[in-house]
Design a protein around this ligand. Structure first.
Ligand SMILES: *Cc1c(COP(=O)(O)O)cnc(C)c1O
Length: 201
């Protein structure tokens, strides 16, 4: 039997339930246990869209630190860093919630954090990331330019390049929101997950 070398773009193994439970213990006290609330007006909207009798429950991760679930993954990653990894830090390319989550978690854990954004980002989002203490590097016209620059920063400094997807430790952290939701609303029959890169899914 021969072993096939893994191509660099191979999707890493997804986290296991054990990883999710470990993440929940690790980030406990540093994240908000956000409420899961019923919204009768959403039930009415669902009924008129053909789902009569559905009782919707919303897991309010908009009330999470930085306003999104991503901080769960960021904390799970950075709390696992040793002193040397924290000193070398992290680098990411993002203009949105990924950047704010990493900056927040970096500040909480004393980790150096550089965020690369394309030139002329949304000033509010840039300000939010700077206010969280991250170094912001503006580079290039497009997201691809920023990604390339982030790779160069990582190569030059030894910082860990943290993608928004394909990061099992982030996914395990994000999954703690689902764990909470299943405790708060154990009778769910259907789970609707917003998907970009897919960490929630
Ligand atoms: C990041 C994000 C998503 C998409 O998550 P993915 O991991 O990219 O699938 C959806 N909603 C909010 C509020 C987000 O911050």
């Amino acid at each position: 039997m021969t072993t096939t070398p893994q191509p660099a773009h191979e999707v890493p193994a997804p986290p296991t339930m054990r990883d999710v439970l470990a993440a929940a213990r690790r980030i406990e006290g540093l994240v908000v246990r956000t409420p899961a609330l019923a919204h009768p007006e959403l039930d009415r909207a669902a009924a008129s869209a053909g789902a009569a009798g559905a009782s919707l429950v919303v897991k309010h991760e908009n009330l999470q630190h930085t306003g999104a679930f991503k901080v769960r993954g960021a904390l799970n990653l950075l709390l696992g860093f040793d002193d040397d990894e924290r000193r070398r830090g992290i680098v990411a390319y993002s203009t949105g919630n990924h950047a704010q989550a990493l900056a927040h978690a970096a500040r909480r854990t004393g980790t150096a954090c550089t965020i690369v954004m394309p030139d002329h980002p949304n000033p509010l989002k840039e300000r939010a990331v700077r206010d969280l203490g991250a170094d912001v590097v503006l580079h290039g016209a497009t997201f691809d330019d920023a990604r390339a620059r982030a790779g160069e920063v990582a190569a030059a400094t030894g910082a860990r390049l943290v993608g928004a997807a394909n990061e099992p430790v982030l996914v395990a952290g994000v999954a703690t929101a689902t764990l909470e939701l299943l405790e708060q609303a154990p009778d769910l029959e259907v789970l609707v997950v917003p998907v970009g890169g897919g960490s929630g899914a």
